[in-house]
Design a protein around this ligand. Structure first.
Ligand SMILES: [Zn+2]
Length: 112
């Protein structure tokens, strides 16, 4: 029986759901806490270290992120990369360098 974990887009609660059969049934999933139907599937292996590729693929650029997201330096530049990928834009090596700077905190110092 397939069990997937879903994150509520409203309150952020992650819950496990047994998903069977039709897409229609899947859409009826709701958050057990706030009853919101806006559920996003998440990978259940959050504890393991993900590669950047998998971080990118599981990263939803359309969702706003709170401060804790940006406190993880590995997430810096992820949003821009995701958007660029979606738009088919090649950001090039200069962007990579900027991201590396941002991740090490140097960019913030340069801007102030
Ligand atoms: Zn919820």
């Amino acid at each position: 029986m397939p069990i997937f974990e879903y994150e509520c887009a409203r309150c952020g609660l992650v819950s496990s759901h047994v998903v069977m059969g039709s897409k229609r049934r899947r859409e009826r999933l709701g958050c057990p806490q706030c009853k919101s139907a806006r559920m996003r599937r998440v990978m259940s292996s959050f504890a393991v270290v993900e590669s950047e590729a998998s971080r990118l693929s599981s990263f939803d650029a359309s969702r706003p992120r709170d401060d804790s997201f940006y406190r993880d330096s590995r997430n810096v530049g992820l949003w821009a990369k995701k958007r660029a990928k979606e738009m088919g834009v090649d950001l090039g090596p200069k962007f990579e360098a900027t991201v590396e700077k941002a991740r090490s905190g140097r960019l913030i110092k340069e801007m102030t």
